[in-house]
Unconditional design. Structure first.
Length: 406
């Protein structure tokens, strides 16, 4: 039941991996009056955010902004590039990859779902070798697109997109590469152009620190050319008119004006801090989290340190413990929301978000809330995780690229 009169003291801890907390600066920017979306001021704002967002995707190519959640941008990526009955190769990294595959089916595509047995794919991410082998076997080039999730938000695994590109090239295959980095963007390094991604899909409510409601397609020239031939029905999602009108900073329909004010502010914050600093901050908080989880004696969902996510950490529960019961205790006692286990991981793990507007003390309080809640829920812990996290966070200086640090 929604308790609208529930106003506990202090701030709610929204430590789910998206929507992430929206900084006050962004909330204030979003409170400016809504303006005429055909007027001159709007065009300036439109051009500014459309240029700025390219820096985040690391692209010189058009980035389309939809007034829609990430799911809409998923549909836009598929429907603009593919035709009914097309074969697409997808990889089972977790719940979001599974949902994207279901969408492909419902749009009339023929997705083939590569994966590791059981929940292994949900612990290790995309296996580029498997993609390469499958594409090599497709000598007729029936496969039109390879679709992968960069940061799998249901597990806390960040797959190597550059390696997927190399796999496609090694197989000499012309398939398009479509990537979902809805939760990875502005948290983990991402290079749309350099990695040869054809369509990158992202959303507002994760690393960009905005409320839900806008989403993105970054479009390569190859993808744009494919859209001229693609036969899947589309209207609202069609790139042609949007890309054309975006050239002057406008949209064919009413864009989400106030979220664009927010995006403008988010870009100032992220580019002001510097993308590399933003990534290093995420890596550092993620490492502190993993150190705490190991000290508790609990298992991290991601089983391969090379692909640990800087966005979130999945914490697996010992046999016989319901992860959602632990989350409930933490929510009720400490006013903190944690991510639930999704799909195959329902009840078996919870997810700690450490993305976006999060700092050392936010994270330490989060870990303290988890630890107290775990104890209250009767989960046996080896030792406190806080000293390990504090020790890590109070080191004088840490360099970026800490993924491999065990
Ligand atoms: C959040 C998320 C989605 C879904 O986006 P919505 O905004 O909820 O439609 C898809 N893929 C990934 C990886 C996500 O994190």
């Amino acid at each position: 039941m929604l308790k609208l009169d529930f106003h506990p003291a202090g701030r709610h801890f929204l430590q789910i991996p998206g929507p992430s907390p929206v900084p006050d600066r962004i909330l204030r920017a979003m409170s400016y009056p809504t303006i005429d979306h055909r007027g001159p001021e709007f065009g300036e704002l439109g051009l500014k955010v459309l240029e700025g967002i390219k820096k985040i995707f690391k692209t010189q190519q058009p980035v389309v902004i939809y007034p829609a959640s990430g799911t809409g941008a998923w549909e836009a990526a598929l429907s603009n590039t593919l035709s009914p009955g097309d074969n697409v190769l997808m990889f089972e990294t977790g719940h979001f990859a599974t949902l994207w595959k279901k969408m492909a089916e419902s749009l009339g595509l023929k997705p083939e779902f590569l994966g590791l047995p059981g929940i292994e794919g949900w612990r290790r991410g995309v296996q580029p070798k498997m993609i390469e082998e499958r594409l090599r076997a497709d000598t007729q080039h029936a496969i039109k697109a390879v679709c992968v999730v960069h940061n799998e938000t249901s597990t806390g695994v960040t797959s190597d997109i550059a390696a997927v590109r190399r796999a496609i090239d090694a197989a000499g295959h012309p398939a398009l590469l479509l990537v979902d980095t809805i939760s990875g963007l502005a948290c983990a390094d991402y290079r749309h152009d350099e990695w040869g991604v054809d369509v990158t899909v992202s959303g507002s409510q994760k690393g960009l620190m905005l409320p839900p409601g806008i989403s993105f397609n970054a479009i390569s020239p190859k993808a744009f050319a494919a859209s001229k031939q693609a036969k899947l029905p589309r209207s609202f999602w069609d790139w042609t008119d949007i890309v054309e009108m975006n050239k002057s900073g406008y949209w064919p329909y009413t864009p989400n004006t106030n979220l664009l004010y927010g995006l403008n502010e988010a870009l100032e914050m992220i580019l002001g801090e510097g993308l590399d600093n933003v990534f290093a901050r995420h890596e550092r908080l993620a490492e502190a989290t993993r150190r705490a989880v190991r000290a508790w004696g609990l298992e991290i969902q991601c089983a391969d340190p090379a692909v640990y996510s800087p966005v979130l950490t999945g914490v697996m529960m010992p046999e016989g413990i319901d992860a959602d019961a632990v989350r409930k205790v933490i929510y009720e006692r400490f006013d903190m929301s944690l991510g639930t286990g999704l799909g195959k991981m329902k009840g078996r793990m919870f997810r700690i978000g450490h993305l976006g507007d999060c700092n050392d003390l936010t994270l330490l309080a989060t870990l303290a809330g988890c630890e107290m809640g775990l104890r209250l829920a009767g989960v046996p812990l080896k030792e406190s995780g806080l000293p390990a996290a504090m020790e890590w966070l109070s080191q004088p200086k840490q360099a970026a690229g800490l993924k491999a640090a065990a």
